[in-house]
Design a protein around this ligand. Structure first.
Ligand code: DGJ
Length: 831
């Protein structure tokens, strides 16, 4: 909750501003386990006091904590004669600006009507809002069609931001109004509290009440000034098929910048970051995290200034960005979400997971388990016809899939990736009955039907481009660069947005479509909008206006088709962010379906995002991205931790593999409730063991802690390793659990010519005899059957059967080659 504390207990009927300044008013934001506090200094500046574990705060916090610097030295800038001891460069602040002595990373840079860049924002007034009002961007999960309103209906209602998606159902909102001294430029700081998950969102609005135009060159969403700099930054970088690789670097004098310039939130650097103490690990220690509810260029900077304090800012990337505000206009930043934990990174992740599940994802699918799907992409790419798809779908239905997804290639002349984006009419040669015909047949098999679209794009070789070349983003008269042979539609234009909404409305209504995969396969180049010149809009506004245009489209379409399950995708994880998740409850996390790579990528996402929003598929072998061979069981065991799908041609698979898939899906459906809603813990995040192999281990524990599912995977078989253990996390110490594994059978061929060690006749490897024997002889895998208390599993760890090591094999030995994995299932038992 928000507490406003003052040294002077008398009620103020007078001037809020001078009262707050004279009395050192303290604003305290409390969540279940954290406290965030700042105060108004005599000068009117907001001094950041504290963000960390919950503390007992009284009005005297500012006297105890705020800066006591009286005679600032050397060449620091003294703020004013009246406040000569105040130097903004040394002060922890809620927002910083330029021109008044603070030379660290600014929160805002504004070019004023007179051309000056100096701003000096001081406290003006505040409001605390309790009542939650649905904005246009918040849709109740129980009543998706209900129209929201952004109007303020009572004095105590939350002011909603517009144009950008926002988190929903905060506990309370604090709005602090600031004014730039000597100017008619105002800034409103929004703080929203999410008590249940220990998160706070911050955002801000600038209002221009000058007579002329001002230009925003930078406006961050959040700033947190830490009083020391003993931190490390953990960030998540990568590229296509290499998303979310964590790296930890100590912050030191100077700056660490994590940003994106692709026009999307990007697979280069995700906007989610962590700042932690160097001794913090998954289970212990203090840590702070931040993410941005935004899908465009972002910027996170950790700067250690000359006085040993760490400043963190996050917001829209100021590089290449500016935004003009004419008289009376306002600009709103995206919300940043911040959280703190004193209990390590797993706990920090839980805060973010709950925030995403309860306050970001919305609509009918928010709390609904996701269907197991079969996607046609890696199974067929562009080469399919209705017969081939139906064959795949029949096998999918038999295996227990619930949804069939027709990926790229169903429209126009789309037989490769050079043409037809923009022409959203069904290719009748491939699908003679159109989408409707196919969808009816798919539904007839008992499956839901989904399709792929990439509505933001156009190929030059398309009817759409031939008719409307001006709709594509380019700079007239200049050479244009393309990505994946395609151009981007100019979503800053209303007519283009209307076209996209109309076309997609036609497609989504043309058949019984239950799921849509919304793809976006290139990054921006040659950004320019012809229209801007006539309207005195800077081209530096282009990328932000594009993102707003995209949100407008997504808002309209998700509202019009509330029952469709939308999945975001941008060549995999090139736009995996909280902005997209406000409209689409899940995102295709990576085009990399290799099980080992995926274990790493999914672990990376797990720091900031719940697995319930991460789509993960079992694909063919050798893997199409790495040519690596992994078993169908390992591929499943990695994918089942996300929203499970299959992306391979089931029709072409062996009967044995199809049977395995049938069993996998049956098991997944039983475990899905725990996996979808449980608390996910990283046990090992790719750690190199003593033996030189690397291990991933996760566990997902149901909210009532009666059930859990755990995963273990090593990249290398280690010879002569007789002892294998597994230690859990998150189980209830006082509960007794039965732990079992999936009991598998192994094809005798998997042992190669070792068959001759037991066979009475010599069997030539891969011979017909070998193949015939392998049809009938299956080797039993190990059975784990352990009953122990949660405290034994959590703190002591249990012994598993040993791995195969050339010294004998039976059902008390694990068949454990390179890239093997195991699933362990925990059930609470009465004793
Ligand atoms: C990129 C996506 O990430 C893939 O899954 C697939 O949908 C292709 N685009 C289709 O072009």
């Amino acid at each position: 909750m928000v507490k406003v504390l003052c040294s002077n207990h008398e009620n103020t009927d007078g001037d809020v501003k001078s009262y707050a300044q004279e009395n050192g008013q303290v604003f305290v934001l409390e969540t279940a386990h954290t406290t965030y506090a700042f105060c108004v200094r005599e000068s009117g500046h907001l001094e950041h006091l504290y963000y960390g574990e919950k503390i007992d705060v009284h009005y005297d916090l500012s006297a105890a904590v705020s800066s006591k610097c009286k005679y600032p030295g050397g060449n620091l800038v003294n703020y004013s004669k009246e406040y000569s001891s105040l130097t903004l460069e040394t002060l922890c602040q809620e927002i910083s600006s330029v021109g008044k002595g603070d030379v660290r990373e600014p929160f805002c840079v504004i070019e004023h009507v007179d051309g000056s860049y100096t701003s000096d924002f001081v406290f003006d007034s505040f409001e605390v809002h309790e009542e939650f009002i649905k904005s246009d961007f918040v849709v109740d999960e129980n009543d998706f069609t209900q129209e929201g309103t952004a109007e303020i209906t009572s004095e105590n209602s939350m002011v909603q931001l517009t144009g950008l998606p926002t988190a929903h159902h905060p506990t309370q909102q604090l709005v602090v109004h600031m004014k730039s001294l000597g100017r008619n430029v105002f800034m409103d700081l929004y703080y929203e509290i999410y008590e249940d998950c220990d998160c706070i969102t911050r955002s801000c609005q600038v209002r221009n009440q000058e007579d002329g135009k001002i230009t925003i060159h930078r406006l961050m969403s959040a700033q947190v000034d830490f009083r020391d700099c003993d931190y490390e930054m953990m960030h998540f970088s990568g590229a296509w098929v290499r998303e979310m690789t964590p790296e930890t670097i100590p912050v030191s004098r100077g700056k660490i910048i994590n940003s994106s310039s692709t026009g999307t939130s990007s697979n280069r650097n995700n906007p989610f970051i962590i700042l932690k103490r160097s001794d913090t690990n998954d289970d212990h220690g203090k840590c702070f995290a931040s993410n941005l509810i935004y899908s465009g260029n972002h910027y996170e900077c950790a700067e250690v200034g000359s006085f040993g304090k760490l400043r963190f800012v996050t917001g829209i990337n100021p590089n290449g960005f500016s935004y003009g505000l004419s008289a009376g206009e306002t600009f709103v930043t995206p919300q940043a979400v911040i959280t703190f934990s004193e209990n390590g990174l797993n706990d920090l992740s839980h805060h973010m997971h709950e925030f995403v599940r309860n306050h970001i994802v919305r609509g009918m699918w928010a709390k609904k388990e996701r269907p197991v799907l079969l996607n046609s992409w890696e199974a067929a790419y562009f080469k399919f016809d209705e017969g081939k798809l139906l064959k795949m779908a029949r096998n999918a239905a038999k295996a227990g899939c619930e949804l069939f997804v027709l990926d790229d290639g169903w429209f126009g002349n789309r037989n490769d990736d050079t043409k037809s984006l923009g022409d959203w009419t069904c290719n009748m040669q491939k699908l003679p009955g159109g989408l409707k015909g196919l969808s009816d047949k798919i539904h007839g098999l008992g499956l839901q039907f989904g399709i792929w679209v990439e509505p933001e794009m156009v190929n030059v070789d398309s009817e759409c481009y031939r008719t409307h070349p001006d709709w594509a983003v380019d700079i007239p008269g200049m050479n244009h660069s393309e990505g994946r042979n395609q151009r981007i539609l100019n979503l800053t234009r209303t007519d283009v947005r209307d076209y996209v909404v109309e076309e997609m409305t036609k497609v989504f209504s043309s058949a019984d479509i239950n799921y849509v995969k919304w793809d976006m396969n290139r990054i921006f180049s040659d950004t320019y909008s012809d229209e801007f010149a006539d309207q005195d809009i800077s081209q530096q506004e282009f990328l932000h206006r594009y993102v707003l245009g995209l949100y407008d489209i997504l808002e309209r379409l998700t509202r019009a088709f509330p029952e469709i399950l939308f999945e975001g995708c941008a060549s995999g994880g090139n736009r995996f962010d909280l902005g997209i998740l406000c409209y689409m409850p899940q995102i295709w996390a990576s085009d990399n379906t290799d099980a080992w790579c995926r274990a790493g990528i999914q672990t990376g996402y797990s720091y900031g995002y719940p697995m319930s929003v991460v789509s993960a598929h079992v694909s063919g072998c050798p893997n199409h991205q790495t040519l690596r061979n992994t078993s169908i069981e390992t591929r499943f065991e990695v994918a089942m931790f996300g929203c499970l799908g299959y992306e391979c041609n089931l029709a072409d698979m062996s009967e044995e593999d199809r049977e395995r898939i049938y069993q996998q899906i049956a098991l997944y459906k039983k475990l899905r409730p725990v996996l979808f809603t449980g608390d996910y813990y990283r046990i090992n995040n790719g750690k190199r063991t003593y033996f030189g192999d690397e291990v991933y281990e996760w566990i997902c524990v149901s909210k009532d802690r009666k059930n859990a599912v755990a995963f273990q995977m090593h990249n290398m078989a280690v010879p002569n390793m007789p002892e294998v253990t597994f230690q859990a996390k998150g189980l209830d110490d006082s509960v007794v659990y039965h732990m079992s594994n999936r009991i598998l059978k192994y094809n005798v061929k998997a042992f190669g010519d070792l068959i001759n060690a037991v066979s009475p006749i010599h069997v030539k490897q891969d011979s017909i005899t070998h193949r015939i024997i392998s049809k009938f002889v299956k080797m039993d895998g190990e059975t784990e059957d352990i009953t122990a208390s949660g405290s034994v599993f959590n703190h002591c760890g249990v012994a598993l059967h040993q791995n195969y090591g050339a010294t004998g094999y039976d059902n008390e030995v694990r068949y454990y080659q390179d890239f093997s994995s195991r699933i362990f299932i925990f059930e609470a038992v009465e004793v």
